[in-house]
Design a protein around this ligand. Structure first.
Ligand code: SF4
Length: 289
């Protein structure tokens, strides 16, 4: 198998076969992100990807999940994606789920019919970064798309039958905009009602614009207690029936898991118990996003 540089995958893809179709992220500008700073975005030759899949087939008897890396595999041209998906369907009949990170720009460039075709040929799940539901904040972080676009195009992926997992980042507004960030993010998620909501926690890395903002005193990081309080506001405002809500990423101080809206009160209660000192915050591990 060929792997170049650091390879990232969502926590729920821990047991998936990772196949690197692209290198890096086609955007690579978000002010908090260092994930793919070591790579210039490029597309791996299709022959190499198919050879990697063939090698994996010869090595493993059963592969139930395959994750197409790196940062934005959905940006690949249709014929490339279809060849990969067809290869997987042919040689990995036991594979239950193929998934990929998908930027909003990548979804935007695919028509409804193309999204449906990708779903039919096996792309079952996409991971999409919302980060914050606040337009001004998202623009400040240079996400490259608006909240409106993220909502609209995630809904298109959903309509095509894809399972959607949307990430938001706890603490993104700093102390200054914590409440606004929580309320606006709850509103955007309530409009999408994704299958999964994954809460990450903002981490700061040297060399990023976010690091400079903090140094200049423009943004103040939240303590674990303040992050929990922010999550509490988000949960109190969200209406996302059926979404699995998770904050089990290595960056999170308080792991939470439940299904909305059913478990909302129980999740809030867990936060309240942590804020009252009855549940210990864990030490978040600095593993990036
Ligand atoms: S957060 Fe996602 S879209 Fe933004 S630079 Fe990092 S990998 Fe690319």
């Amino acid at each position: 198998m060929h792997y170049s540089g650091s390879v990232y995958r969502p926590p729920s893809e821990a047991y998936s076969l990772i196949v690197q179709c692209t290198l890096g992220c086609s955007h690579n500008k978000c002010a908090f992100c260092i994930m793919y700073k070591d790579k210039k975005f490029s597309i791996n030759p299709l022959e190499q990807v198919l050879a990697d899949l063939a090698e994996a087939r010869s090595m493993y008897r059963r592969i139930e999940r395959i994750f197409l890396a790196d940062g934005d595999a959905l940006i690949l041209p249709m014929d490339y994606l279809l060849e990969v998906l067809d290869f997987i369907r042919r040689y990995f009949p036991e594979c239950e789920r193929v998934s990929a990170y998908a930027s909003t720009k990548a979804i935007l460039r695919k028509t409804d019919a193309e999204l449906k075709l990708l779903r039919e040929r096996g792309l079952a799940m996409v991971y999409i970064g919302l980060e914050t539901g606040n337009e001004a904040l998202l623009a400040k972080y240079d996400k490259g798309v608006t909240v409106e676009q993220i909502v609209a195009h995630t809904l298109r992926a959903k309509a095509a039958g894809m399972i959607t997992s949307v990430t938001a980042i706890n603490g993104m507004g700093g102390k200054e905009l914590s409440e606004t960030h929580a309320i606006d993010t709850a509103a955007a998620l309530s409009r999408i009602k994704p299958d999964y909501i994954a809460m990450l926690t903002l981490r700061v890395y040297t060399g990023t614009p976010l690091h400079e903002w903090i140094e200049r005193g423009e943004l103040t990081m939240l303590s674990p207690q303040e992050l929990a309080a922010e999550n509490r506001i988000l949960l109190a405002h969200i209406d996302s029936e059926g979404s699995v809500f998770r904050s089990n990423h290595a960056s999170n101080y308080l792991p939470l898991k439940g299904t909305l809206n059913r478990d909302r009160e129980a999740l809030i209660e867990q936060i309240d118990r942590a804020l009252a000192g009855e549940v210990r915050f864990r030490r978040a591990v600095e593993l990036g996003l």
